[in-house]
Write a protein that binds this ligand. Sequence first.
Ligand SMILES: Nc1nc2c(c(=O)[nH]1)N[C@H]1C(S)=C(S)[C@@H](COP(=O)(O)OP(=O)(O)OC[C@H]3O[C@@H](n4cnc5c(=O)[nH]c(N)nc54)[C@H](O)[C@@H]3O)O[C@H]1N2
Ligand SMILES: Nc1nc2c(c(=O)[nH]1)N[C@H]1C(S)=C(S)[C@@H](COP(=O)(O)OP(=O)(O)OC[C@H]3O[C@@H](n4cnc5c(=O)[nH]c(N)nc54)[C@H](O)[C@@H]3O)O[C@H]1N2
Ligand code: SF4
Ligand SMILES: [Mo]
Length: 682
Amino acid sequence: MEIRHSVCALDCPDACSVLVHVEDGRATKLRGNPEHPVTRGFLCGKVARYLDREYSPARLLYPQKRIGAKGEGRFTRISWDEALDTIAGRLQEITSEHGPESILPYSYAGTMGLLNGAGMDRRFFHRLGASRLDRTICSATGSAALTATLGLRYGTEPEQFKHSKLIIAWGANIHGTNVHLWPFIVEARRNGAKLWVIDPVKTRTAALADRHLSIYPGSDLALALGMIHVIVREQLHDTDYISSFTNGFDALAELAHEYPPERVASLTGIDTTDIVELARVYATTRPAVIRLNYGIQRSERGGAAVRAVTALPSLTGSWKEVGGGLQLSTSQAFHLNRDALEMPELQQLSPLGRTARIVNMAELGKALTQLDQPRVHAMVVYNSNPAAIAPHQNKVLSGLRRDNLFTVVLEQCQTDTADYADILLPSTTFLEHSDLYFAYGHHHLQLARPAVAPPGEARSNVDVFRALAERMGFDDACFRDSEDNMIRALLGSGHPYLQGITLERLEQEHSIRLNVARGDAAFLPFAKGGFGTPSGKCEFGAETLRYSPPAESRLGDEKLRSRYPLELISSKNDDSMNSTFGNRDGVDEQTSLLYLHSMDAASRGIYSGDQVRVFNDRGSLTLRAEINGAVRPGVARAPSVRWNKRAKDRKNVNALTSDRLTDMGGGPVFYSCLVEVERCGD
Ligand SMILES: Nc1nc2c(c(=O)[nH]1)N[C@H]1C(S)=C(S)[C@@H](COP(=O)(O)OP(=O)(O)OC[C@H]3O[C@@H](n4cnc5c(=O)[nH]c(N)nc54)[C@H](O)[C@@H]3O)O[C@H]1N2
Ligand SMILES: Nc1nc2c(c(=O)[nH]1)N[C@H]1C(S)=C(S)[C@@H](COP(=O)(O)OP(=O)(O)OC[C@H]3O[C@@H](n4cnc5c(=O)[nH]c(N)nc54)[C@H](O)[C@@H]3O)O[C@H]1N2
Ligand code: SF4
Ligand SMILES: [Mo]
């Protein structure tokens, strides 16, 4: 038995260091690497069982072409030659008929690996002159908000949470979606720290907390303003830090003056006394850290909400303290040379001869059914399952059904999107290809080499786009680049955080902490200012922070809520990863549920276990009611994301979600979604 090093490639802040037991070329066990300073020797439940996927009979093994109707899922095996020739031929025809911008790549973070996620594929589409994809589906709103406020998308690293005395999990289901932060919180609590959770849902994290504030969905901006009101009124703010390192305090204080706790209570559903206590506890407990995750930025005013929450550590000076500050993401600390990897300049060599238009992935339905000049005639999907995960699903599916849309899908399994492919290509898993991994929940850069050989004729994304470039006649040297050269290019940004980190060292050490601080010392990015904004200061931006409830919420559009009175949150399922693992029976069961409050259930004659129809103007689907005390009256939760095809009506919760965009960054509003529910059988 041999032990090989790998890295979990799933879209998770933790980016676990994985040890793979290999016997006779076959992986027999995955376990956490005990030597990794953050992921410390364990894997989450979903990935500890990953070998069921790796060796599943459902893995795609050969290229195939569609023989049934779009969406039906009937395919026949073809050779790689035929597949690549067909794709290259169609892309060439479409380019000459409609221009290259009529080709749309569609990808997200099915793998977090940089080469297979944003490497040869980007070079290929740039050289082709294809439309560029604005990858907004997850974090664009929060990213835009961090950039506006801090100028940099990083903050407190997980290792420092153990020093905190107060941890606020704000729209963050740490135990479910970021479980490697949990042991640091356990350690802090052993030393007396308290954990507060602000979440409309009683998640596993909330159930384990000292305090859980069940907030109305989409009202976090109001709560943050209420906290600022109390902090300023009681003079708990750090005037030295504010005057040295921030901009716009007076305007923020003036705005917050309009949000006394009594008013905020009516906007957020949190008691006045709890709001006051939260503000006082936050401002007076030292050090206090906020783990903000992406939950709050998936609503209509999500950008402003992130800005207001991010203002808090700058108001109290908490950035100065080890165990203080805030973490939404750590991703920008990596400072990799992404331009050298993606080569946007190749667009100049394309038939377009200029930078291509940009299409927002959160508006895929519109892009396929309404976008013009040119219309989208081909879509190449990889690392994503848009038929299941994109909002306003009925619009997306009607686009995918278009006869005159040529669709290529690179996949490991036959997902809902794969069913719509004209050509379906089998992809490798992270155990089968090389890649370099950054993380959005820690500061350790990691390298993984293949631990096992790919099954059948599966190929990595790097390999497929390299082969497609060749068929298209792109003879630029960059398409012959090896994986190692691409990694060297990424590492070559010259940024001090990457200094001394080489491919050779990564090969030896597998995981290396960025040079964010000396040795094991804490990284305190904003202890002495150092913000990345043009002013170099934290920008409160009060002029953008006035609160108005989301149109799709209990205090929003009156007409709408009279017909659809329930606020639906389709947040992450603990035991899956977006739609990945949707083929597992257990996951299918978990994601076919709708959590309701007992009062909402009773008034509709619904009991736990009943089939219910959930609907609004965009769509309707059937789920199974679960009355379990997880949500307050007026809120419903559907753990997500189910595979459509596993449902009788072949739809999931995104049949209900809206393709309206948030206030910043063009992100989707998955969690601002009004619905009605009725009983439809046993
Ligand atoms: N197990 C598991 N882990 C995952 C994933 C998964 O699908 N499953 N997905 C991965 C991905 S892609 C991401 S982006 C991360 C996301 O990780 P998180 O951001 O932690 O996940 P979410 O479920 O989107 O949202 C977190 C919490 O926000 C709450 N929430 C929703 N609306 C509001 C609101 O208006 N205000 C407040 N205060 N809270 C709100 C939800 O109830 C949820 O409990 O997790 C990653 N890890
Ligand atoms: N209702 C609702 N919808 C949501 C969300 C929600 O909370 N609620 N969350 C949103 C968020 S935060 C996100 S990030 C998106 C995620 O949406 P997606 O990025 O589409 O993520 P997954 O559903 O996990 O699908 C990833 C796919 O990539 C494939 N894959 C993995 N590795 C590779 C590889 O190396 N090569 C190729 N070719 N394929 C690979 C997997 O098999 C899988 O089918 O969903 C969004 N949609
Ligand atoms: S999904 Fe997250 S927690 Fe689970 S093994 Fe992968 S990186 Fe670790
Ligand atoms: Mo995400």
